[in-house]
Design a protein around this ligand. Structure first.
Ligand code: ATP
Length: 344
């Protein structure tokens, strides 16, 4: 994928007049109750700071897509309010949406037209773009998502990943202040997923704010500055990624490599350090190869430099010692008591 810039932000993003501060997305009590009675989104206060890459995370069915559709004015909220780029949605859609690039369940692409022709069609119906720059903008968008070589193939011959890339290209046909991407890595292989992550990084570096949803924590963990975690229609936690992961009991852990016969002694030392410091004394023993095992334990308030002397004093050979920060998945499991990929 090329690094050519097609999207950049302008400096005139108005801020939400109430409650939003310098936020590009700010909702208050945003709620969606479907006719079936199901409350898909239950009073959430979402806040995406300007310049953030906000990972909007949650298992399938937790309400991410419904929230995004309300932000884009595609679904009418049952209660609460949503402000996007300072405008109230859906009231200010006409003013706000040209500045928002969205990838939501793919735009209506024509199966018999090529990828490029499909982009030309979408661009032609967008009254806010300049037809004179059409060719270069479309070429840049195709290049940016790695579709230049496949641009002349009919859409119906595209793989799921190629379709997803074309959806991204459509969102990049003009400069955007905010990108809202719903599961952009759906259907992509690991290489494609890496490319999309890289693309998100580049877009953010160019000044765009990004709200990106995913049910795969690990995919987004590596790219986001902020996270919000949804479960059953509620926003369980949101904030700067590192603050969110540092806030729970699942703090930094010590990972000690030692020999199998010293597993118990190592566990005792680590448990004592974590326990003494008020941390969780739970110690997990990983299976290593042959005679080597790893013992992992929360550090509590102990520092890594306390660990080696304590182990040595207890006669535990230290073959390796490092810290491991908790993943978002650890935090999610801690918050909800359940695995991440659950549906309802
Ligand atoms: N039009 C609808 N009518 C009734 N219920 C709906 C409708 N759309 C979604 N839902 C329900 O609302 C809940 C939230 O769905 P939503 O698509 O917002 O979740 P999600 O987090 O985006 O999940 P996924 O990752 O699977 O897209 C689900 O239980 C879903 O079945």
């Amino acid at each position: 994928m090329s690094t050519a810039a097609t999207a950049h932000a302008t400096d005139d993003v108005p801020t939400a007049p109430e409650g939003g501060g310098d936020a590009v997305v700010a909702t208050r009590g945003l709620t969606k109750r479907f006719r079936s009675g199901q409350v898909a989104v239950d009073g959430i206060d979402l806040r995406v700071p300007r310049g953030a890459v906000y990972g909007f995370l949650g298992p399938n069915g937790s309400g991410k897509t419904t929230t995004i559709r309300m932000l884009l004015g595609l679904v009418q909220p049952s209660a609460g309010e949503a402000r996007v780029l300072g405008g109230a949605m859906p009231r200010d859609s006409a003013r706000v949406l040209p500045r928002v690039g969205a990838l939501v369940e793919g735009p209506a692409f024509q199966p018999y037209l090529t990828g490029r022709r499909n982009l030309e069609r979408l661009d032609a119906v967008d009254a806010t773009t300049d037809p004179r720059t059409k060719r270069t903008r479309i070429a840049a968008a195709l290049d940016r998502v790695g579709l230049t070589a496949a641009a002349t193939k009919p859409y119906r011959q595209y793989s799921l990943g190629m379709k997803q890339r074309l959806g991204l290209a459509a969102a990049l046909l003009r400069p955007r202040d905010l990108l809202i991407l719903d599961e952009p890595t759906n259907g992509l292989d690991p290489q494609g997923t890496r490319e999309v992550r890289q693309l998100i990084r580049e877009l953010a570096d160019d000044g765009a704010s990004v709200l990106v949803s995913s049910h795969l924590l690990s995919e987004i963990d590596q790219v986001c500055t902020h996270v919000g975690v949804m479960s059953r229609g509620r926003l369980l936690v949101q904030g700067e990624r590192d603050v969110v992961t540092a806030g729970g009991r699942t703090r930094e852990r010590a990972v000690v490599t030692t020999t199998r016969e010293h597993t118990e002694a190592a566990s005792r030392v680590l448990g004592r350090l974590a326990g003494d410091a008020g941390g969780d004394p739970l110690v997990t023993v990983g299976t290593g190869e042959g005679d080597v095992v790893t013992v992992t334990s929360p550090l509590g308030a102990a520092a890594l430099t306390d660990v080696a002397p304590a182990l040595v004093a207890a006669g535990v050979p230290v073959l390796g010692l490092r810290t491991d920060r908790p993943s978002l998945e650890d935090v999610f499991v801690e918050l909800t008591g359940e695995g991440f990929d659950v549906a309802r």
